[in-house]
Design a binder for this molecule. Structure first.
Ligand code: ADP
Ligand code: MG
Length: 226
């Protein structure tokens, strides 16, 4: 792909109706880019709009104004079906809570999105086992999420998000639910994997210390990048 920027947000606006007829303007004028191979931190205190911004960037929500470009494609012009297909092929999500499927093993959780993307079962298994090995879970592949620790669950979620080689990885406080020591280990592993695979990532955190380990930091406040 020749596009320099994996993600570009241009004058993005997003508001919520509060029910009493008022509008809560969460994103007022967001302009940002994530370059190919770049690891960018999105920093702000809780309630500022980080999750909203990631949902808009990852095509889960449409903006109320402005443009969202993925690999140079303006996603506003796409219908819902095309947005879903593009999201599946190009975007990987890691949430604060792992959101793994409880009935399935670690291996199956990483295989699943690949099968949905049309990859053969044998290739999906090969990739899943390689990634689970990279996140240090080769001895846990047959465990269901409930039998894994919080840090291990999050490592599976990271492997799952990366399985389809997304051009953009979005992570929403990926270590926010972990104790500081585990968070540190998982975070380093995550960053290492992103760099190792040459991925581009936008990672929301309220932790400045974590943010400083990335290539660039953007601070969100009052609906804008400051
Ligand atoms: P952060 O991730 O930085 O904590 P959020 O993006 O979750 O912030 O939320 C930003 C603001 O938007 C908060 O005030 C939140 O209550 C509000 N908000 C988020 N989602 C909705 C929604 N679906 N409906 C109404 N308000 C929402
Ligand atoms: Mg949030």
């Amino acid at each position: 792909m020749s596009e320099k920027n994996v993600l570009e947000l241009q004058q993005v606006v997003r508001h919520y109706n509060t029910g009493d007829g008022d509008k809560l303007e969460v994103l007022k004028d967001i302009n940002l880019t994530v370059g190919r191979g770049e690891l960018v931190a999105l920093v702000a205190p809780s309630g500022t709009g980080k999750s909203t911004l990631l949902h808009v960037a990852g095509l889960l929500e449409r903006p109320d104004g402005g443009n969202v470009l993925l690999n140079g494609i303006n996603c506003n012009n796409l219908n819902d079906r095309k947005r879903t297909l593009l999201r599946r092929s190009d975007v990987g999500f890691v949430y604060q809570f792992h959101h793994l499927l409880p009935e399935f093993t670690a291996m199956e959780n990483v295989v699943m999105p690949q099968l949905i993307a049309g990859i053969s079962k044998s290739e999906a298994k090969r990739k899943a086992s390689e990634l689970l090995d990279k996140v240090g879970l080769s001895s846990r592949v047959d465990h269901r999420p409930a039998k894994l620790s919080g840090g291990e669950q999050q490592r599976v979620a990271i492997a799952r998000a990366i399985a389809n080689s997304p051009s953009l990885l979005l992570a929403d406080e990926p270590t926010g639910n972990l104790d500081p020591e585990t968070a540190d280990i998982v975070f380093n592993l995550f960053i290492g994997l992103v760099r190792d695979q040459g991925l581009s990532a936008l990672i929301a955190t309220h932790n400045h210390e974590l943010a400083q380990r990335m290539d660039r930091m953007m601070v969100l406040g009052n609906g804008k990048i400051n």
